[in-house]
Ligand binder design. Structure first.
Ligand code: ZN
Ligand code: ZN
Length: 110
């Protein structure tokens, strides 16, 4: 007699991520609503380096500077020398590119 009719059933639990095809501005806006505080070094970095993206040289002003973010050259958000040597102002597009994927949300919420 063969009674081998039970197979190990394994259900794959997949987390379905909604596809994010929203414009990056939308995402940024949402993140900033959740996290209205900007890091204290942000304005300082803007003062030192100017409202300009260090990568694509796009210029910003008061009306759209929310699209400009502070990148840490050594990747350490806690390394904030007041002379700005570890900061680089990058627009969200270049910043996202710099971290190649997914890090920007992390950056904005930390
Ligand atoms: Zn840029
Ligand atoms: Zn960065």
């Amino acid at each position: 007699m063969m009674s081998g009719s039970y197979k190990g059933r394994h259900k794959l639990q997949r987390l379905q991520k909604p596809q994010s095809n929203r414009p990056v501005e939308d995402v940024v806006k949402e993140l900033q609503q959740k996290q209205p505080r900007h890091p204290p070094y942000r304005e300082q970095s803007f003062k030192i380096h100017g409202l300009i993206c260090a990568k694509c040289a796009r210029e910003f002003d008061e009306s759209n500077k929310h699209l400009l973010t502070v990148h840490h050259k050594d990747g350490n958000h806690h390394n904030n020398p007041s002379n700005g040597s570890n900061w680089e102002n990058l627009c969200v597009y270049c910043h996202d590119d710099e971290h190649s994927r997914g890090m920007l949300g992390d950056y904005l919420s930390s």
